[in-house]
Ligand binder design. Structure first.
Ligand SMILES: Nc1ncnc2c1ncn2[C@@H]1O[C@H](COP(=O)(O)OP(=O)(O)OP(=O)(O)O)[C@@H](O)[C@H]1O
Ligand SMILES: [Mg+2]
Length: 425
């Protein structure tokens, strides 16, 4: 008799024990090799518990160095402490609002999120005159307010309740509108409050955000700074082993496999990449009914994860940059319009020829092509994301020019952009 599809899906797994601990959002009970970072952030925040004003803090580190999970970990510990009446004898109202600024990317959105957040709901509701109280009405009312009203409300909620508020702005570089304004507002609140306090922890993997702050905002936010270093291979092994012991069945992942994954991820010191590789390799082993994870699974996982990362990077690009990527890929797959000149690698394209193709593609898509200057800026941004590399040619027939080389197979890129921009042909 054939199996029901759910029956086979639920059949016992060979490899995984608990997939939840391999999710990117899972924060373990312990974070190996981040003891010092945890201690310093705790030390910065701790004064709130004595009803003293904690400082602001800027946390910087490359992607996957554990910034988000360390901060989440400290918030969890703080909440545990605050909610335990035996420990928190001072009874200071401490509230923490965490947000990711990819979603909350303007001054207005940030203020709204603070007031909407569950941790301030109770206090906020006390102040908002609601006829009959479901929470979504609070949301609707807040959303009808302008920034000045939001500011007044926030001030009143904090002042009336004497709240010590910690606002965590993760990926603060994603705030595109009103970053300096936001810093002013949050510091002005402190100047005007006679009870309660607001402190800010900004997190970013992009140092350039500091340059966007004017000197006053910068000295406010960067009162204290913490840089998260890269993880080395040994540290990544410890992080991997912790998840393996929780998420995998016994003896399914050998030490040599852990070393291989750690070595791959150590190139960028990125724990997220390490954990992604581990999970993917586990899935490949599981799907092939293997009893354990093999080197082949790791190799295939690496390829699959890199393709996924590239696809995510491309499909989240702004439209014109996607058209630029498409133009580069289209030209690369044809080998370029001009015959390759001696001394120039076969994969290299001239900026000028790519720009022409980009202009044509924009017209075909009914978009206005951006200027050459803007186009050059796009190239720099694509290079930063690792999607292309550029180099300057030596003086040749066409003078000095920037040469462009694609970091991934052109056919795959074309498929991804077509899907992402909804082009069918
Ligand atoms: N010391 C650690 N112990 C256990 N897991 C860790 C540790 N550091 C990072 N991780 C895990 O690695 C992944 C990436 O970490 P995290 O999201 O904190 O990186 P990040 O520094 O915030 O990166 P990004 O700048 O891209 O946001 C997460 O799944 C996290 O749980
Ligand atoms: Mg993060």
């Amino acid at each position: 008799m054939t199996q029901n599809i759910f029956e086979s899906e639920l059949m016992e797994r060979h490899i995984f024990r608990n997939l939840e601990v391999l999710s990117p959002h899972y924060v373990p009970q312990e974070l190996p090799h981040r003891e010092e970072e945890i201690r310093e952030i705790t030390r910065t925040i701790a004064p709130v518990l004595r009803n003293e004003n904690p400082g602001n803090m800027f946390i910087y580190g490359k992607t996957g160095t554990g910034k988000t999970c360390v901060v989440q970990y400290v918030i969890r510990k703080l909440r545990e402490f605050v909610e335990n009446p035996e420990k928190n004898t001072s009874n200071v109202p401490v509230k923490v609002v965490y947000m990711n600024c990819k979603v909350r990317n303007s001054k207005y959105q940030v203020l709204l999120k603070i007031l909407e957040d569950e941790s301030l709901n109770e206090e906020s509701l006390r102040d908002v005159p609601l006829r009959d109280g479901p929470k979504n009405q609070l949301r609707d009312q807040l959303r009808g307010m302008d920034p000045a009203d939001l500011y007044d409300r926030l001030f009143n909620v904090i002042q009336n309740n004497g709240i010590n508020l910690i606002v965590i702005l993760d990926e603060i570089d994603m705030i595109t509108k009103g970053l300096n304004d936001l810093m002013y507002i949050l510091t002005r609140i402190n100047d005007e409050l006679t009870r309660g306090h607001v402190s800010i922890i900004g997190i970013s993997n992009d140092m350039r955000v500091k340059k966007r702050l004017d000197p006053r905002s910068r000295s406010t936010l960067c009162e204290e700074e913490k840089v998260f270093p890269h993880y080395n291979a040994i540290q990544l092994k410890a992080i991997l082993k912790q998840r393996i012991s929780m998420g995998f069945k016994k003896n399914t992942v050998d030490n040599s496999i852990v070393s291989r994954i750690a070595a791959f991820a150590a190139q960028d010191g990125d724990a997220r990449y390490a954990l992604r590789l581990l999970k993917k390799a586990g899935e490949l082993a599981e799907n092939s009914n293997s009893e354990r994870v093999t080197m082949d699974h790791v190799e295939s996982a690496k390829k699959a994860v890199e393709e996924d990362i590239m696809a995510e990077a491309i499909s989240t690009l702004p439209e014109h940059q996607q058209i630029v990527m498409y133009s580069i890929a289209a030209l690369a797959s044809q080998g370029g319009m001009y015959k390759r000149l001696s001394g120039i690698g076969t994969g290299d394209l001239f900026t000028g020829e790519v720009y022409e193709v980009y202009e044509n593609n924009c017209r075909a898509l009914n978009r206005n092509p951006r200027t050459m200057r803007q186009f050059s800026q796009y190239l720099s941004e694509l290079e930063m994301l690792g999607l292309i590399t550029t180099s300057i040619s030596g003086k040749g027939i066409r003078g000095t020019t920037r040469l462009i080389r694609l970091g991934y197979p052109p056919e795959e890129i074309k498929v991804i952009v077509k899907r992402s921009l909804g082009i069918d042909q």
